[in-house]
Every structure is written in structure tokens, then in C-alpha cells.
Design a protein around this ligand. Sequence first.
Ligand SMILES: Nc1ncnc2c1ncn2[C@@H]1O[C@H](COP(=O)(O)OP(=O)(O)OP(=O)(O)O)[C@@H](O)[C@H]1O
Ligand SMILES: [Mg+2]
Length: 568
Amino acid sequence: MSEDKKIKITSDTKPVAGAVDNLEKEFKEHSVAEFFKKNKQMIGLYGKVRTLTMVIHEYVTNSLDACEETGILPNIDVKIDELGDEYYEVTVTDNGPGITIENVGKAFGKLLAGTKFHRLMQSRGQQGIGASGCTMLSQMTTGKASKIITGKEGKKAIALELVIDPRMNEPKISNVKEIEKDFRGTSVQAKFKGCLYRDSDQGALEYLKRTAIANPHAQISFRDPMGQKTVFKRTHNTLPQRPAEIKPHPKGTTVDDVLTYCKSTKGRTVASFLTNDFDRMGAKGIEEIKKRVHFDLNKDPKLLTWEEAEEIVKAFKAISFIAPSTDALRPIGEEQIRKSLQSIVQPEFLTVLTRKPTVYAGGYPFQVEIAIAYGGGSGRKVGDQTSMDIMRFANRVPLLFDNGNCALTKAIQTIDWKRYDIKDPSTAPVTVFVNFISVHIPYTGAGKQAIADEEEVLEEIRLALMQTGRKAGIYIAHKRRESENQQKRLMFYKYIPEVCKALSTITKANEENLKKKMEKMVLEKLKIDEQKEEEDRKKTEKTLANDDNSFITKPKPEKEENKKKLKK
Ligand SMILES: Nc1ncnc2c1ncn2[C@@H]1O[C@H](COP(=O)(O)OP(=O)(O)OP(=O)(O)O)[C@@H](O)[C@H]1O
Ligand SMILES: [Mg+2]
């Protein structure tokens, strides 16, 4: 080290008297609840409108997960009451399985507790902080407890109130009562201050509308703070098949994962641990691993060292395994997406695609569903303007926030929409629906609103967009030609009187006669144009009719309107 780079130890670097002792005294432990209490933005609870929508999101996703896991067609009732300035009460009631008295406290009053975090299974929740995060926000902003009523089949329902003790990250339950009313399901009621209800793109109504689109088997009713009631009726009476839990795939496993899994394995030897606890691990895989590691695979897995786990993961990388099982995924399905969008968005044209499952990061199965809707209620409407609306979903959950940072948005932005006759997405009456499903969604944060841009995910979404874009393009191009012809006609009619007036002045011919002749000529020309248009329409319909996933709901809606315009 050169002279001038040496650290100089001078009297200036001596600590201030007593400071070291004071610093040591400041050393404290904190619970995860205290952490999130201080950093509620990390779980998406920030912004006045966003906060209220996120609260609804957490409760509703839990209700849907619970109903589906137990084979119940979900009926969910959401109410928001305004109690004062930026002060609301939220009530969400479901007809799900209910929660036992033993677990209800932890479900709503302990962060990082739940039934989903430890499983590789397609579900909406995956962290164990949604419901308890809301309980904490409620007590932080109002000082009030959350009220829960929960009833299980054949048992008396119970009502209770709870808050979280942040220092211990434990629930504090009070006022437990048995209630006589026959009730099966869970109802949560909590108060929140510092938030706002808005009927906007990011408000609870839009969130529930999108939830209904992606969950056609759910019946969702909503009462807003003004007392306005909206019911999203179930359009499909069968529950999606329960997703299967899958085992971790060796290719997506880290050394730390191996050491975590081996602590809870039922396998008595490392060989049986690997065979039982990993996807696609058979006798051949074990033989290959045996050749590559320097310890006995008959060893007790609970005694595995870091170095031995490292050898196992190195072997995982070197050996080829069959790709992970993808049959555990449960897409919404083309038929259901079509029904939902037709009932809620009511587009003029719709094309839908559910791609085959594939894998990201070596070990996580995922699948992409895309729909492109055009015309009718498609697109995002602000005043007179309609622009492309992007509806993002992860495991059927609408993602309303953080769109700029999300792989789904990024994939859509990389598409050259001009190829599909969408010249300018900011003026296109188009809705792009994307549902990304996986046993593990790679969210960019605990707020679960944006998906990380894994290479395979981006590519798969792009392919699906191009496939559906081509079909939408055929219809949109046909509509463009139709509208251009219409413009031409209007121009002819507009200028006939002026042209005839000028001609009559020059030629001294009778202006009225000229007008009649000219109108006859234009009408004949228009007839030819209409014939061509009809042929074009039939051709477009025929091309799209050969495709099972494209639907034209209203083939000629504008034409009638324009005809009326012409007559005027
Ligand atoms: N309405 C409900 N019916 C039945 N069980 C519920 C209900 N709401 C919550 N639970 C249980 O409480 C647990 C905790 O819910 P919470 O929302 O905190 O976490 P999560 O849903 O597991 O994951 P995430 O944090 O990603 O939402 C759930 O895993 C579930 O077992
Ligand atoms: Mg949850």
C-alpha cells in the first residue's frame, strides 16, 4: 500500500467518551411486525386510494383462496362505509370454510403466518402478511381492533376482536363470543384512517370488476361508501380444479434450500430425502449424484453440512432432469375468459389464448393467458378519449399498481403494435388482458403488484401477444378500411353542393339538375364501394371464423350509425 493510501490513525479517530457504551446499550431486537409497522409501504400500504384498494385486495384474495381450496363456489360481499374525513370501515364476508379458534388469531394477527408460504402451489396469497398487515394498519391509523366472525361447518360461529402486539408479533384477542346465528365462512371488519375511496382506475370497484373477469366462478357484490351497489354475477358454475402442490425441482434449488428442506424431511437417508422431496428425482438421478459427491448418501439428511449440500447442488446443475411437472397449473381457460370479457367488457371483437405451460428460472412452472378485445367497452376511457387498457393479473389477481416496473407491461411495450394495425395505442379502443400463473410468482416486492422480468416470462408473453395480435390485426384492419370508406363518402356528400354551384356558374347549367346528376353518380359509386366492403367483411369473418378463439360480437355496429349520419 502506498504511503498516502494507508489509513491514518490519529487522535481524531478516538471515540467520544462513553459513546461506545451508549451504542452497545442501543442494541435491540425487533420483530417482523415492528419492521412492517415502520415500513408499511413495503407491503403496498401507501397512497390514499391505493391503501383502501390494497386492503380490499388482501381480504378478497384470502376469501377466494380459502373457498377454492375447500371446493366452495365463492360468494364474496364487500362493503366500504365512510366514517369521517379520510376515515373508512371495510367489511368483507365470504362463504368459505371458516377458520378454527386456534388459527384465527394467527391468520389475522401474526405476520408471516399462514397456510401458503411453505408450499409450491398456485394460489393468490404466498407470503403470510396480507391479512395481518391490514390488522396492523387498522390499529396504527385508528387505534381500533379488527372484528372477525368465523364459522365452520357444523360448529357454532365465533366473534372476536383482535390487534397485533407488534413487539412480539402475536395476536391479542378479546371479546370472544359464540354466536347463535348460523354462519359458515369468515367476515372481517376493520377501520382505516388516512385513505380515500375513489371510483377510479385504481379504486376498489375497478379492482373487483377485474377480479370478477378473472374469476368467473365467483359471485362478488360491492357496496361503495355512497351506498351504490354493484353485483358481479357468476358466469361459470364450476370451480376450477384444485391446483396440486408440487415438489421443488432440482434445477431451481439453492444450497440454502437443500439445507432448509432436509430439516423437515421424513427421509431417513440423504438418498431417500432427495427422492421423496424433489420433483423428477428417480433412481437414475440418485446414481448420478452418488458419482459426483464425496460422502455417503445413506447419511442422515438432518446432519448434512453446507459443503455437502453444495456438492449436491453442483451435481443437480451437471445432471439433466426432465423439466418440472407443469400439470399443477390451473389457467382460467379460453372459454371462461371469453365469457367474462364478453359479459363485462362487451367488446366488438375478442381473441383469446391460453399458452401451454413452461418453466422459468429452471424450476418454476408457469403459464400465460392473453386476450385482446377491440371496440365496445374495450380500452381505457377518459373523457372523450379511449386508449389501450392493460389488464394485468397474477394467479387471477388483478395488479393495479406499479405497472411500469412489471414484466407484463414491459412485454406489452416491446410489441410493435403497428404490425397489428394499432397505429397508436394511446388512441386505440383495445383491452389487453394478461394472466400470468405459476406455483411461485416472482413479485418484485412484498406489495405483490409487479412481476420481475425473468427472461422466459417476457419471451412467453411476447409470443402469446404476437399470436393474438395477428388475429386482432385482421379485424382491426378491416374496421379501418370500413371507416376510411365511410370518411370518403361523407366527403363526397359534403362537397356536392359546392361543386355544383361552381359548375353552374362556369357552365350556366341548372344547379339543381347538376346536383341530381352528381348525387346519382355518387350513389352508384357508393353502391360499388358497399359491395366491396361487404366482400371484405365476409372475407374477414371467414378468416376469423376458422379460428376457435376469435369472436366477433357485433360485426357491423358502426355501419348503421354511419348510414344514419349519411342520410342526415
Ligand atoms: N377468509 C379466510 N378464510 C379462511 N382462511 C383465511 C381467510 N383469510 C385468511 N386466512 C388464513 O390466514 C392466513 C394468512 O393470511 P394472509 O393474507 O396474511 O397470508 P397469505 O394469504 O397466506 O399470503 P399473502 O401475504 O401473500 O396474502 C392464510 O394463509 C389462510 O390460511
Ligand atoms: Mg393473503
